[in-house]
Design a protein. Sequence first.
Length: 406
Amino acid sequence: MNWEVERLLRSPQIEVLLQTALRSSGLELEHWALDRVYSRPHAESSARFQVQASGHQLTLVASTRQLTEGQRDQLGAVRCESEAGSLHIWAHPTDPELPGLRVVEDHAQLAERLTPLLQRQLRIEQVELVVLRPLRRAVYRVVAASDLGYRTLFLKVVRPHKLPELLARHLACSLIPSTADLGDGILAVDQAPGLALTDLLYLPSSPMPGVRIDPQVILRALDSLLPQALQLPARTAPPQRFASFEPALIAGGAHPQRVQVLVQRIQAQLHRHSRPLVPTHGDFHPANLFLTEDAAHPAALIDGDTVGPGHRVDDLSMMFAHLLALPSYDAAGYQTVPQLVQDLWYAVGGMAYEPADLVARTAASMIALAPGARGPEQLDYYLGATEYILDSGSIAVAQHTHFGEM
């Protein structure tokens, strides 16, 4: 990972390179905004930008990914040089690793792929890009219309060679909605029934404002993971890789000593597990867990990309970390979250997990989430929340949202 390039992607100086790329197609840059930077340790760094150029709205990707001249021609990518290093810039939906993007963005092609699956002649009413991680994955929300009415699906676009494993992971959980392979690295997933836990918790729009979620409902969702998950390749959980995010946090503005001290404290507190592996979700958090309308039962689990063998404590620590993060988006809107965190902490207390280890694993998950912070204030919140649980020795939401110096 080239940290000089990483800083360039986040800086105003990137405008010159965006302008250079656009002018190669006869367009003039009028406005631009950084959506997000994606960094992978020991791999490429990429950034996604929203751009207005000559009256057109475009999504541009700038990446350290190296391309051959033939690949550049095929993608319409432009190589730009800077003092920090070379970048390739291209416009969505082209991507050297995700050919399925073009299929999903073409309504006619997409309808051809979906018609045999749904066994109805249909038309595409809406295609909404929900997630785009250049070179890795994308998620679309699609509404299709037929003689039976409207049907909502979610389409995941990945590298084509990754699709068989992705499908197997989704099939290893009974709560994951039905899935199908559409080819070109596109996985179709039915809309989940019920309501996302995040939607139930958010007071301004919750159908049950102030509802007190039974923590056992959350824990029962993990019982839907099937034994066949143990046959899948294991994924690396945050406690095994959180330290690799240290440079990204520093590049994002966190004080180096603050980050280094946190990493050292977590490493010292983590326990090495000797328990047998069990089926795990791998990305168990409030937006991926759907409950019935009365919030009394789990209704669905989504995003099964990481289902596989692991330790249940890592699923729990992921849920805790995401719950701790919710107040940083809207403390008043998520004012019932502290009570749920407390209830879940007490519920987990009777499950023979070492409290100090669970706290450390939750802290590691917080560090893994922190590079995705929307700005310095939220990054400070993540680091402060991590310090708070390490200091207190228990998992709870701090009663304030600002923690001081970065």
